[in-house]
Write a protein that binds this ligand. Structure first.
Ligand SMILES: NC(=O)c1ccc[n+]([C@@H]2O[C@H](COP(=O)([O-])OP(=O)(O)OC[C@H]3O[C@@H](n4cnc5c(N)ncnc54)[C@H](OP(=O)(O)O)[C@@H]3O)[C@@H](O)[C@H]2O)c1
Length: 257
């Protein structure tokens, strides 16, 4: 077995939520490059998801699109129907999609609270509940949650988002212990500032940009591909002995207050 072979994902199927763009897309392409078939979940941007699917298929693997707003109910039932219809049992889950609402803590409505908690926390649990039986059957599975520096360094304008990310770290650690006997690894990858559509507008503000870059020891924002190498490690046999881990990809930002 060579080191290269440890990254081999051929014959595996990975579900990447929010895989149509940004960090999810970069991770989906990395897993596909190493041979995994990919299910891309996204909410509404069909054009971007289709473009991503074309890029993934050009790597010689299969790619299915699964459009679903993860704020919806009955995710378990919907994912199971998709898996059975397309005969694509999931070996790797990358729970990447999230909703992030910027608002002062005392202005957040019940609806905004529910959307963030449902998409970020509840849907992740529902997805894990659905894929684990398939993983247990093979005694092999990788679950990777995408967290955030905000899980430990919350931003004052995103307190519910930050709280949901903190909750996810706890869920990852809890389930990593419970699923370890079944050959299933559960880890958390926490990005810092990564340039994607969600922060394009705020980072275009020179004052905000300057203040943000000053909080990053490496001094610059990351790109989605900067998250892909670690994700590949944690989703392959190269990361077989890593579980319950919480890893920052943040240029050192989590070291600051
Ligand atoms: N970018 C950063 O600086 C940063 C920093 C820390 C953590 N993160 C975390 O990294 C992950 C990816 O972030 P990103 O910046 O790559 O995001 P992004 O570029 O905004 O892309 C988000 C993706 O998630 C999908 N999505 C959003 N809400 C959804 C929902 N309710 N149901 C299903 N899919 C949904 C979107 O689908 P559509 O394309 O259809 O809208 C899109 O594909 C998130 O968990 C985020 O919290 C990002």
């Amino acid at each position: 077995m060579t080191i290269h072979n440890l990254f081999d994902l051929s014959s595996k199927t990975a579900l990447v939520t929010g895989g149509g763009q940004g960090i999810g897309k970069a991770i989906a392409l990395a897993l596909a490059e190493y041979g995994a078939n990919i299910i891309i979940n996204y909410r509404s941007n069909t054009a971007l998801a289709e473009e991503t699917a074309v890029q993934i298929r050009s790597l010689g693997v299969k790619c299915w699109l699964w459009p679903l707003d993860l704020a919806e109910d009955n995710i378990t039932e919907k994912l199971n129907t998709f898996i059975i219809t397309h005969d694509c049992p999931v070996d790797i889950l990358v729970a990447n999609a999230s909703v992030q609402i910027r608002k002062q803590w005392d202005q957040i409505t019940d609806e905004e609270f529910a959307t963030q908690v449902n998409v970020n926390l509840r849907s992740t649990l529902n997805l894990i509940q659905t894929v684990v039986p398939y993983m247990k059957e093979k005694q092999w599975g990788k679950i990777l949650n995408i967290g955030s520096v905000q899980q430990t360094r919350p931003h004052k304008d995103m307190c519910i988002y930050a709280a949901s990310k903190a909750g996810l770290v706890n869920l990852v650690k809890n389930l990593s212990v419970q699923l370890a006997p079944f050959g299933i690894n559960v880890n958390n990858l926490a990005p810092g500032v990564i340039t994607t559509a969600r922060n394009e507008e705020v980072l275009a503000n020179p004052d905000y940009n300057k203040a943000t870059m000053q909080k990053i020891p490496l001094g610059f924002a990351g790109k989605p591909t900067d998250c892909a190498g670690l994700a590949l490690l944690l989703c392959s046999d190269a990361g077989k002995y890593i579980t319950g881990g919480d890893f920052f990809v943040d240029g050192g930002m989590s070291l600051f207050n």
